[in-house]
Ligand binder design. Structure first.
Ligand SMILES: Cc1ncc(COP(=O)(O)O)c(C=O)c1O
Length: 237
């Protein structure tokens, strides 16, 4: 057990970080810090280094089998988030979160349809969504950074009145504000989406990283699985 004052952000020196070859630490000269990259300046968790060392030691570097990932997420979700059983048969393994979001967008909308995003939000949503020929429509967060359910509802109604289809692209916990949307906010969103007959795609990549007192609520626990598709990853946590 680490002692409770152990701070992972204080373990690595600048010299150690500069030895990294990642984009964050190598794209620019040494007097520039790429703070836009959501990459952790912490040592890897021992469980992760051990698993990677073991895989390399036995040459286990082939194509992933797709087995075991959903079960691992389900186990994590039930202990960390106290969430009911993750429907494993409804899951798919994808190379990364943005690839998953774009595939789900392609399956849920047609080119020219709209994707409602709650701005300010993770900037690459804009480039990926437009690259997939979908239109971005903004339903900004409230001044205190909460979901504006009325604005989302009105935006959906406006898009539908124009004869187009849409989905809502949620981000919870929200990047860049760090806000963790509450159960009641998510339930309200699920109600609005259900009434309008549209899907909510929920980017939950930061689900494991919340502050005490802000419990993360997986969106699938408040909506039916037809209308809720979440993307998650171990990469941030
Ligand atoms: C909210 C959010 N979604 C998606 C991603 C990208 O995830 P991936 O690299 O798995 O596509 C990031 C990375 O910072 C992110 O912050």
């Amino acid at each position: 057990m680490q002692n409770r004052h152990w701070n992972p952000l204080e373990q690595l020196s600048l010299d150690q970080l500069r030895r990294r070859t990642s984009q964050k630490w190598s794209a620019h000269s040494s007097d520039v810090l790429s703070l836009w990259v959501a990459e952790m300046d912490v040592p890897l968790a021992p469980a992760v280094t051990n698993a990677l060392h073991h895989a390399v030691d036995i040459g286990d570097t082939g194509y992933a089998s797709r087995h075991g990932y959903a079960e691992a997420v389900a186990g994590f979700a039930s202990t960390r988030w106290d969430s009911p059983d993750l429907p494993i048969t409804h899951t798919r393994v994808l190379p990364d979160v943005m690839a998953g979001i774009i595939e789900v967008l392609r399956a849920s909308t047609e080119p020219g349809d709209s994707v409602i995003v709650t701005t300010p939000v993770y900037a690459p949503f804009f480039s990926y969504i437009s690259h997939a020929d979908r239109m971005i429509v903004e339903a900004p967060l409230t001044p205190t950074g909460r979901l504006d359910i009325n604005s989302i509802g009105n935006t959906i109604a406006r898009v539908q009145a124009s004869g187009r289809w849409c989905v809502v692209q949620l981000c919870t916990p929200h990047n860049p504000t760090g806000t963790v949307h509450t159960r009641s906010e998510l339930e309200s969103l699920a109600r609005v989406a259900r009434d309008a007959g549209i899907r909510v795609l929920s980017d939950e990549i930061h689900g494991p990283l919340v502050l005490p007192g802000a419990p993360f609520i997986p969106y699938f626990t408040v909506a039916n699985s037809e209308n809720a598709i979440a993307s998650t990853s171990a990469s941030k946590g």
